[in-house]
Design a protein around this ligand. Structure first.
Ligand code: AMP
Length: 398
């Protein structure tokens, strides 16, 4: 069976077509600038170097998906002879609130439940739902599955997810820690067990998804017991442009000082803070790394603040789980940034966490990077959220 995986952002759409008989990726691509001037689809067929690029107006996600499907069945660039070969579509959906702790086949009730979650993820759930609606229209009768970023974290105990604010805010408005990047944390934790040759039920893991957005999770016996993101993906670690957790009183203080609304302050915390805010240079760790090499002190400070925060969560989660067997690095920074991994792991030796500086000189490859005498294994595992979405979609619809 072939599965189409779709990940809709507000003006972009990523997709993959996988053959689930051997989990191979037949084609993948990206549509950008949906609903704007200069909309473009870039389609890659496995084994073909040259990308197929289509520049054509796409007013909404339905237009984008129609173009994706045309590319998928195209005589030259396509990977199926007939669209009926696509057995199911799997969608990444960011927020399922407390409604779903695992992936589900999309029904009218599921759509209603996800619409109820829009207020929890106003930027993310609407395009996710538009993608589902577009597929229902263009591919009627083909089952669709929703795979949620929040689902994996639903195993957290109340002491991890309850904020110490009046309890009515939780019961009335659903204000609690939800956590995000769940599909990635799940994937790398399962891979870690495979690589270590140990049953996931016997492991205590700390998974560090360090990308433009970043989060750390504590995973005990395969279940998430804590994670750094919160009610929204703004909480926890310092990120590319996001502040991560700060003293909440700062919001009204800045609002008074700058004469701007609380919403505007939160916008600054989302878009102009984090590595960009501290360094004043860029949100991209490659730019920060270059600036550090040129002796830029603010870039160095940003990197130290980031590493301090990652260590902070590693320490906290070791205490929460009463130990750790392995630490996993994944996502853009975790997979590629040798220096940042090195800085994070410095001074953790007394906890039995020893990075091998030679083995650490690697990018984007599944491998062990801890020293042989390290009590705790350190693993580099490239994440693969699309594969998790395709697997769940296949399992629920085959
Ligand atoms: P992601 O959100 O997982 O796609 O990660 C994107 C981020 O990964 C970029 O903004 C960079 O900060 C970082 N990144 C990607 N490649 C490298 C690299 N070779 N070295 C350092 N950082 C990288």
């Amino acid at each position: 069976m072939k599965v189409l995986v779709i990940n809709c952002g507000s003006s972009s759409l990523k997709y993959q077509v996988l053959d689930m008989t051997n989990e191979s990726v037949l084609a993948k691509g990206l549509v950008e600038r949906i609903g704007m001037d200069g909309a473009v689809l870039k389609h890659e067929k496995a084994g073909v170097d040259e990308k197929f690029v289509l520049e054509t107006p796409m007013k909404d996600h339905k237009d984008a998906i129609a173009n994706v499907l045309d590319a998928v069945v195209d005589g030259e660039h396509g990977v199926v002879a007939d669209i009926k070969e696509i057995g199911a579509v799997g969608h990444r959906v960011v927020h399922a609130g407390e409604k779903y702790a695992s992936s589900v086949v999309v029904t009218e009730q599921v759509i209603k439940d996800l619409e109820d979650c829009i207020e929890l993820a106003p930027l993310h759930n609407p395009p996710n739902l538009q993608g589902i609606a577009a597929c229902e229209e263009i591919l009627p009768g083909i089952p669709q599955v929703a795979v949620f970023d929040t689902a994996f974290h639903q195993t957290m105990p109340p002491e991890s997810y309850i904020y110490a604010i009046p309890y009515d805010y939780y019961t009335n408005y659903g204000i609690r820690r939800y956590g995000f990047h769940g599909t990635s944390h799940k994937y790398v934790s399962e891979r870690a067990a495979d690589i270590l040759g140990v049953n996931l039920n016997d492991l205590k893991l700390i998974t560090c998804h360090l990308g433009n957005g970043a989060s750390v999770s504590a995973i005990k016996r395969g279940k998430c017991i804590d994670t750094s993101m919160g009610f929204t993906p703004l909480a926890g670690l310092v990120m590319g442009t996001r502040s991560g957790s700060i003293d909440p009183a700062i919001i009204s203080f800045i609002s008074d000082k700058e004469g701007i609304s609380a919403d505007e302050v939160v916008d600054i915390l989302n878009k102009k803070s984090g590595m960009l805010g501290v360094s004043g240079i860029s949100s991209d760790f490659r730019d920060i790394g270059e600036a550090v090499e040129q002796g830029n002190e603010r870039a160095e400070l940003a990197l130290k603040v980031f590493a301090h925060q990652v260590r902070f969560y590693i320490g906290a989660y070791i205490a929460e789980m009463n130990g750790v067997d392995a630490i996993v690095f994944t996502a853009g920074v975790g997979e590629n940034d040798i220096d940042t991994r090195d800085i994070i792991c410095q001074e953790l030796g007394n906890l039995g966490i020893k990075l091998d500086l030679v083995k650490n000189k690697v990018r984007g490859k599944e491998t062990v990077i801890s020293r042989d005498d390290s009590k705790v294994s350190i693993l580099l595992i490239p994440t693969n959220e699309e594969l998790v979405i395709a697997r769940d979609t296949y399992e629920l619809t085959k």
